[in-house]
Design a protein around this ligand. Structure first.
Ligand code: CP
Length: 304
């Protein structure tokens, strides 16, 4: 049984194949319109989501399949105390594949161990978000033409931002990727990423506080919001939330080909005036999320 719990569950070769398939789906959606007829996706969202849930659901519908599930744990039997393991055992009787988002780190792994169907981690607490990473990689490869030989700045809440953790783990496998980690001291990447991934893999990286200092050197800027829901104390969130605001003035410091990515939702960290800059790629990135999730469903169901 294949599950996607971490971006490392796919080898670089498998990843390339998946991204090729996603590009083919983008070009020829009609070829795939009936590929999942008779199949069902269970969409199990214990935490709020717009993009991940709706793009998974759109992906399955685009493939001719059906969707069932819940978008709020209060409308599931989790409120009665049912465990994730028991839930997925039951859902395995109703669906062919499941996407699960949960506030607890490790919940998707626990689900996969009890499941009879492929499980996809759609975000587990502040830990990992592998399908956002697939979306990010597809966006970068499609728009830049490569995943190697890049300097990427990751900016904002690098401590709790699970998309950042997954993206770093995925990108260290490519040649000559240089990371600039831009955050306030309190929101630096956790040590399991800094020591356990960047240093262990002997990858080139530096940590800076000022966004202005990093901007001129970047091929890609990956902005993130401060993750309010992961803070223990509202005052700390309020102090941090507007630490970085990318605006038209700051964009003048960046090169003409630098792309701005953001997993979204955006709060204040990218001013709306940047949206019309041709380097702003974040809404296109959200569209790529559907193609890559279609490719992932086809791959895990062994249809493609
Ligand atoms: N990027 C992302 O995970 O967005 P949602 O929280 O809306 O799913």
């Amino acid at each position: 049984m294949n599950h996607i719990i971490s971006p490392l569950d796919l080898s670089v070769e498998e990843l390339d194949k998946l991204l090729d398939l996603a590009n083919d789906i983008e070009r020829h959606p009609e070829k795939y319109a009936h590929a999942c007829e008779g199949k069902r996706l269970a969409s199990l969202f214990y935490e709020p989501s717009t993009r991940t849930r709706l793009s998974f659901e759109a992906a399955m519908m685009n493939l001719g399949g059906k969707v069932l599930g819940f978008s709020d744990q209060d409308s599931s039997s989790a409120t009665k105390g049912e465990s994730v393991a028991d839930t997925i055992r039951v859902v395995s009787c109703y669906a062919d594949i499941a996407a699960i988002r949960h506030p607890k780190e490790g919940a998707a792994l626990v689900a996969s161990m009890a499941s009879q169907i492929p499980v996809i981690n759609a975000g587990d607490g502040g830990h990992q978000h592998p399908t956002q990473t697939l979306t990010d990689l597809l966006t970068i490869r499609s728009m830049k033409g490569r995943l190697d030989n890049i300097t990427i700045g990751l900016c904002g809440d690098l401590r709790f931002g699970r998309t950042v953790h997954s993206l770093i783990e995925a990108l260290v496998r490519y040649d000559n990727v240089h990371f600039i980690l831009i955050s306030p001291d309190e929101l630096r990447v956790p040590s399991y990423i800094r020591d356990g991934v960047l240093q262990k893999e002997n990858v080139s990286y530096k940590e800076v506080v000022r966004l202005e200092e990093a901007l001129p050197d970047l091929d890609l800027l990956y902005m993130t919001r401060v993750q309010r829901e992961r803070f223990f104390n509202e005052n700390d969130y309020v102090r941090m939330k507007d630490f970085y605001i990318l605006d038209a003035e700051k964009m003048k410091l960046a090169g003409p080909d630098m792309l701005v990515l953001h997993p979204l939702p955006r709060v204040n960290e990218i001013s709306v005036e940047v949206d019309n800059d041709p380097r702003a790629a974040y809404f296109k990135q959200a569209r790529y999320g559907v193609y890559v999730r279609m490719a992932l469903i086809l791959t895990l169901l062994e249809i493609a």
